[in-house]
Design a binder for this molecule. Structure first.
Ligand SMILES: [Zn+2]
Length: 85
């Protein structure tokens, strides 16, 4: 009753804020727990995290197409390993 349980929908919606640490401690914990137990959301999280890193790493000098290319590479590499079981 007291604990807020995150479902996939909510987790996905909060992944970005989660990465930016814009959530309350309780929310961070709910999402961490959910991601640990849900392959799909884990993938979602990995993808957002990779996206963030890529953007942060390259926001100064890398042209946009190159960033897009890296992101696509990352998507392709996650794809086969993590989505299929
Ligand atoms: Zn989920």
């Amino acid at each position: 009753m007291t604990e807020k349980v995150m479902n996939c929908e909510e987790t996905k919606r909060h992944v970005h804020e989660y990465l930016q640490k814009e959530l309350s401690e309780a929310e961070l914990e709910s999402i961490t727990t959910h991601i640990a137990n849900c392959d799909h959301c884990e993938w979602e999280y990995d993808f957002e995290a990779a996206l963030n890193r890529t953007i942060q790493m390259s926001c100064t000098e890398t042209p946009a197409e190159e960033i897009a290319e890296k992101i696509l590479e990352r998507i392709r590499s996650i794809d086969l390993n993590d989505i299929q079981h």
